[in-house]
Design a protein around this ligand. Sequence first.
Ligand code: ADP
Ligand code: MG
Length: 253
Amino acid sequence: PRRGEPLLRVDGIRKEFGGLVAVKNVSFEVAAGEIVGLIGPNGAGKSTTFNLISGELPRTDGNVYLGAEKISGLRPSRIARRGLSRTFQHVKLIPGMTVIENVMLGAYLRTNEGFFSAGFRLNRTMEKRVAAEAARQLKRVGLEESMHVPAGSLPLGKQRIVEIARALCSDPILLLLDEPAAGLRYKEKQELARLLEQLRSEGMTVLIVEHDMEFLMNLVDRIVVMEFGKKLAEGLPHEIRSNPEVLEAYLGG
Ligand code: ADP
Ligand code: MG
């Protein structure tokens, strides 16, 4: 899709965990070239929504489309190959491995499901190709200087950017970022915001879960709000900030 046309369409998705309904009939769209914020109190269903979009969890009902193509029902690796990439809220880097090794690991996981079962035995050609791609993405995010240091030696803000470089391998068209700014200092959040603006100017589309309204306010094009598994509101940042229902959800929660 061209800039401004719908790229991601979430259509009435629902997820039940036993008796608990974690996501209830949620619909929204993300247009190509947009950064959209997904917010809501803890337990609202944001991460579950990400897992339904990226195929990590089977949906109970509803559909997800990437461009004209229905992706719900496909395996995560297939959805990734169609151009969707993501970071996870709790899966982080391996601290003892170097930055580039961490990024390479992500590239393998995206491109080759048999990587682990193959016992890490890779042919040299493939290893070189993946290393080149990892280096290219680290350069893109401004971390080429840190390629060969242990990931765990970097400050948290830079580690989050390494996670994004890992997700950028193979040039996805849509990035889902689950709380990339959590725990970061003010300056680190600003650096992250600048990177996301750079990616948007390069044509990337981003859906981001984040709690810090000030961080989102200056960055995102639109915000979708969830509460108790449902979509509570959707709109421009200033509309969301002054929406009484949204304020109630945050202050009353
Ligand atoms: P958020 O990311 O908005 O904080 P989640 O999507 O993680 O919320 O969780 C939404 C609800 O679904 C919560 O009540 C959570 O406990 C529940 N939940 C999430 N994942 C699972 C799971 N794998 N099994 C059972 N319940 C889950
Ligand atoms: Mg979450």
